[in-house]
Ligand binder design. Structure first.
Ligand code: SAM
Length: 273
């Protein structure tokens, strides 16, 4: 059995649910909105969101009138999403704990299935994609989001640059991150075709996050994913704050206005069962 990385353990996501929502959902909801448009979901259609996190896609789809089942393996994510569902009094959505590699739902029971920056973490990505297909009715639609070019993902590469400046002896992990196993249009469309999806298309989309309040952002961002939480715990508060100032300076230097701005590229793959 292979050893799981920190972002493949449900408890590690559970404990960071609110930091994830604060720092990251502003970005993932931009991709969620694109996926919703591309899937052209009609009111009343049934959609399953796999590795839904705090609900970026699920809440948008429910507000648009779809019947949503949001699933995630981390109880903390599901609990936070249930709070949000209750706060908005949405009746057409429920949230359940489930491993995306073994969904506890019947074959053919959804019109659409989605995983936004979710199945890229699964130990068995191919199983995750085949589950997204198994649960679709014939001609049901899938939407999957992964990152485009990990080596150009400022979100992460600037962390390594800033840490190296503040802590010169820092050695970045030798292995590529878990989520980089599935990236870019070619890998994504191959995986979708291999799983048996038809009419596969992949588009590249940009996400932008203007960081109006760097300190607030940094304090959530440093624990918005399990590997980040682990890394910055090791560095301790002073060095973490110094790395944050450096990170913001790097972002600011490449922004055209006074606000540090993160730009990221993701790929959205769609297809039909
Ligand atoms: C980067 S977040 C994405 C959340 C959400 N889809 C979004 O767009 O904001 C990754 C999510 O994948 C979930 N996850 C990771 N491995 C999983 C698995 N094997 N089964 C279900 N969920 C998983 C994590 O708990 C986390 O909520």
């Amino acid at each position: 059995m292979s050893i799981l990385s920190t972002d493949q353990v449900s408890e590690n996501w559970s404990v960071i649910a609110s930091a994830y929502e604060e720092a990251f959902e502003g970005l993932s909801s931009q991709f969620a909105a694109e996926v919703l448009k591309l899937l052209n979901l009609k009111p009343g259609e049934r959609v399953i969101d796999v590795a839904a996190g705090t609900g970026a896609f699920s809440l948008l789809a429910a507000r648009a009138g779809a019947q949503v089942l949001a699933t995630d393996f981390a109880p903390g994510m599901v609990a936070r999403l249930r709070e949000r569902i209750a706060a908005e009094r949405l009746s057409c959505i429920s949230a359940e704990e489930m491993d995306g590699q073994a969904l506890a739902v019947a074959d053919g029971s959804f019109d659409a299935s989605v995983s936004i920056l979710g199945l890229i973490f699964f130990p068995d990505i191919a199983k995750g994609i085949s589950e997204l297909r198994r649960v679709l009715r014939p001609a049901g639609r899938v939407g999957i989001v992964c990152w485009n070019k990990p080596e150009e993902l400022d979100l992460m590469t600037l962390i390594v640059r800033s840490i190296k400046k503040i802590v010169p002896e820092f050695q970045p992990p030798a292995a590529p991150p878990t989520w980089a196993r599935l990236h870019g249009a070619d890998l994504l469309s191959n995986q979708l075709r291999k799983a048996g999806f038809q009419q596969v298309e992949v588009i590249t989309v940009n996400g932008t996050l203007r960081i109006e309040s760097p300190q607030t952002f940094w304090s959530s961002f440093t624990s918005s994913a399990p590997p980040l939480a682990y890394l910055f715990n090791q560095l301790g508060p002073e060095r973490t704050a110094a790395v944050g100032r450096e990170y913001m300076a790097l972002l600011q230097a490449q922004s055209s206005d006074a606000v540090p701005t993160l730009r990221v590229e993701a790929c959205i793959g769609i297809g039909t069962a």
